[in-house]
Design a protein around this ligand. Structure first.
Ligand SMILES: Nc1nc2c(ncn2[C@@H]2O[C@H](COP(=O)(O)OP(=O)(O)OP(=O)(O)O)[C@@H](O)[C@H]2O)c(=O)[nH]1
Ligand SMILES: [Mg+2]
Length: 443
């Protein structure tokens, strides 16, 4: 799901990584790409236009955060705007264990209504709610039997009747529901086309009679933008309360998920992610936005970076590196800010483009960092500033102080020296040339 959209967005942001700042030009370029990515994902063009305008406005006025690259800044803004676009405004289906809540499923043929009835019933039963289902699809021959089979499968009662009048069936169900102290009555209805006036009137009549607490419009995500048009029609007739978007596990391009709230003003309530009963999730705009961006988890990385890195301090450090005055005290500070971001393994996995390529069983030893820290902490301040004074006896003392073998102290010092040498190389004009030719592969 959303894979092509997230891939496109990913490459846009990767291109932005190279440049140092958000400029008018790179904002413009990335807005064009984001617009294309959204249109390709079948998002309604009016929504795309509005969305881009909002993102652009914020990007232009964005406070430059030193700890974020331009790409990350744009990701942050796009992510926040995606959340705003799909905002559920706190919608929650409330069901109580001491009264009856009635819900009704409506939508086009084959959108996943019957499956959603069973999925919801199972989901709420897990919360200690007592559900019952009602078969009000009197048109498709096997529809009643389908609901009964699902009911048996999850052990939830299903009310059905010979009658072809949905109101009569619903009445029978209401009586049974009250006498069995049911908490959640889920009414399955037949699939219908929004242009079929008779069928639309039937479901409107059912609504007036049952007075459901919630009506859900069930939409197949694969239908893309069309789902939005249909949703609008159903909304005009029934004023449903929320949307259940199904088949998000398929190769849906995601447009419907992004457009429905904006067009109908009604939130996504649940999403279907498979054919099986447990494949139903409560919809959360922030999670969906992260999924759409699909960038490892660059977003939490951004958040963590914001929390733990002080931009000014970073700049001071960068200046020191340039002058090659970087010492072990600075190194320790760097280590500690990395540590604040969480386990190394999860940080590395969050880096876009890397996370997905790592072997699943990758283990990074956080203890190694702790040991390095312990070694540096066993040095005197002077030793940290001038590591070159670390002779054999000082190293032995440090080793005893931190409980790590001398060999490890030596190794750390060697690595630190190598790092400094590399920085020196990079800072000299000759070094930069060397580095450039290395990258071009001309040694
Ligand atoms: N992959 C996938 N398949 C789903 C999902 N939800 C439903 N389906 C499948 O979609 C098909 C139609 O589902 P139904 O629940 O019968 O749809 P309906 O809206 O009740 O159909 P009608 O009653 O004919 O209008 C079935 O094969 C379901 O297994 C989903 O979230 N993911
Ligand atoms: Mg059905």
């Amino acid at each position: 799901m959303f894979s092509s959209l997230s891939e496109r967005l990913d490459s846009i942001f990767r291109n932005l990584k190279g440049s140092g700042y958000l400029t008018e030009q790179n904002i413009k370029d990335s807005m064009r790409e984001i617009r294309l990515a959204l249109l390709e994902a079948d998002v309604n063009f009016k929504i795309v236009k509005k969305f881009i305008a909002e993102v652009e406005k914020r990007a232009v006025g964005a406070e430059v955060m030193k700890s974020l690259t331009p790409g990350q800044q744009i990701v942050k803004i796009v992510h926040e705007q995606l959340i705003a676009l799909m905002d559920t405004e706190g919608f929650e289906m409330k069901v109580y264990n001491n009264k009856l809540t009635k819900i009704m499923m409506v939508g086009l043929q084959g959108s996943g209504k019957t499956t959603a009835c069973a999925k919801l019933a199972a989901m709420y039963r897990k919360k200690g709610i007592k559900p019952m289902m009602v078969a009000c699809d009197v048109y498709r021959p096997a529809a009643i039997e389908q609901l009964k089979i699902l009911g048996r499968q999850i052990d939830i009662p299903v009310v059905s009747d010979e009658s072809k009048d949905v109101v009569i069936i619903a009445d029978k169900a209401l009586k049974e529901a009250y006498s069995a102290f049911t908490n959640l009555l889920i009414i399955d209805t037949a699939g219908r086309l929004h242009i079929d006036a008779d069928m639309m009137n039937e479901v409107a009549r059912l609504k007036d009679h049952v007075k459901p607490d919630y009506i859900f419009f069930v939409a197949d995500a694969m239908t893309g933008q069309d789902a939005v048009t249909v949703a609008n029609e159903f909304y005009n007739k029934l004023e449903f309360d929320g949307v259940i978007l199904t088949k998000l596990d398929g190769d849906a391009r995601g447009g419907a998920a992004l457009s429905i709230k904006a067009v109908t003003g009604r939130p996504l309530a649940f999403v279907g992610t498979g054919e099986k009963i447990p494949d139903l999730e409560v919809f959360y705009a922030d999670r969906m936005a992260s999924r759409i961006l699909g960038m490892g988890d660059v977003l939490s990385l951004i958040e963590k970076a914001e929390e733990s890195l002080n931009a000014e301090e970073e700049e001071k450090l960068a200046r020191k590196m340039l002058k090659n005055q970087f010492n072990l005290n600075d190194f320790l500070k760097q280590l500690q800010s990395i540590k604040k971001m969480g386990p190394l393994e999860s940080i590395i996995k969050m880096i876009p483009g890397i996370g997905s390529k790592l072997p699943a069983d990758l283990k990074i030893d956080d203890n190694a960092l702790k040991h390095v820290e312990a070694i540096i902490q066993s040095m005197t301040h002077k030793e940290r500033e001038k590591p070159e004074i670390l002779n054999g006896s000082r190293r032995l003392r440090i080793s005893k102080g931190c409980g790590r073998p001398v060999m490890e102290v030596n190794r750390l010092m060697r690595q630190f020296e190598d790092m400094k040498k590399m920085m020196k190389k990079m800072n000299s004009p000759k070094g930069m040339k060397q580095l450039e030719s290395m990258m071009k592969g001309q040694h």
